[in-house]
Design a protein around this ligand. Structure first.
Ligand SMILES: C[S@@+](CC[C@H](N)C(=O)[O-])C[C@H]1O[C@@H](n2cnc3c(N)ncnc32)[C@H](O)[C@@H]1O
Length: 249
């Protein structure tokens, strides 16, 4: 089986990404508030976090009373920081590529993933694996880069400025050309995988999961006050969040 890219173990990438997450950032001000609003009460639940990174969400699930949390990630650097900073007695961190989820046993009440699924090569298979791992009545909640952002070859989508030099429009292309996108983000050669909104929603549905929420979070005025660069994210969607449920019978 072809291996997935593990860019977070690249020293320069890891350093750049870690710096980005310090201080005010898109995750904390735009993506995470929407994800928190859509996360059920996890008390007593078994949770799987795919692409758990350094484990902030795994620790939060444990602190909120989850029975067990398994965080999987492809990056050794991410997991060593998770074990160092976000260790809990009922949280296990496991080095695993999400394309190997077929090898995982067990049933989960909640499968959660924050900003990792745009790295998945085979989204249909990912959804099928997750559907198998979910217990009846279980929930999948995930966020990813929005397809409008992942669309353009080389991730060259960009804002167009008005006469005053302010972002006024967003230009993108290649929307219907699904597949690999290679771009420069901290380092050259970073791989993302673009899928249309239709392909994403259809893959979730065909895996037997019922979507109850499709959310494209817009920045709040408070978020813009804390990070003014977020104002331009009122022009186009930045993230896509999907919540879906496996039938209880
Ligand atoms: C943008 S970070 C988000 C981390 C964490 N979910 C958070 O919100 O803080 C994406 C994470 O997905 C992981 N990842 C990327 N591709 C992966 C794969 N094929 N299998 C498992 N994890 C992967 C990366 O190593 C990284 O930790």
């Amino acid at each position: 089986m072809e291996k997935s890219q593990n860019i977070f173990d690249n020293d320069a990438f890891f350093e750049g990404y870690s710096r980005l997450r310090q201080g005010e950032n898109y995750n904390d001000l735009l993506e995470q508030p929407a994800m928190r609003e859509l996360t059920q009460d996890v008390a007593g639940l078994d949770v799987l976090d795919i692409g758990c990174g350094w484990g902030g969400n795994c620790a939060a699930f444990s602190d909120a009373g989850a029975r067990s949390v398994l965080g999987i990630d492809i990056s050794v650097k991410m997991l060593s920081r998770a074990r160092r900073e976000n260790s809990r007695p009922n949280v296990e961190y496991r080095l695993m590529d999400m394309c190997e989820l077929g090898e995982l046993e067990g049933g989960y009440n909640l499968v959660y993933s924050s900003l990792a699924f745009h790295y998945a090569r085979d989204f249909q298979r990912l959804m099928a694996d997750i559907s198998r791992l979910l217990l009846p009545g279980g929930t999948l909640l995930f966020s990813q880069e929005h397809p409008v952002v992942t669309a353009t070859e080389g991730l060259q989508g960009h804002f167009i400025l008005n006469d005053r030099g302010e972002p006024a429009y967003y230009a993108f292309s290649d929307y219907f050309k699904s597949g690999l996108r290679v771009s420069e983000w901290f380092v050259e050669g970073v791989e993302d995988h673009h899928r249309t909104m239709g392909e994403i929603v259809t893959s979730v549905a065909r895996a037997g999961l019922s979507i109850d929420t499709l959310c494209e979070p817009a920045p709040s005025e408070e978020a813009i006050r804390r990070l003014p660069a977020l104002r331009k994210e009122l022009i186009k969607p930045t993230f896509l969040i999907v919540r879906a449920v496996k039938s209880a019978v």
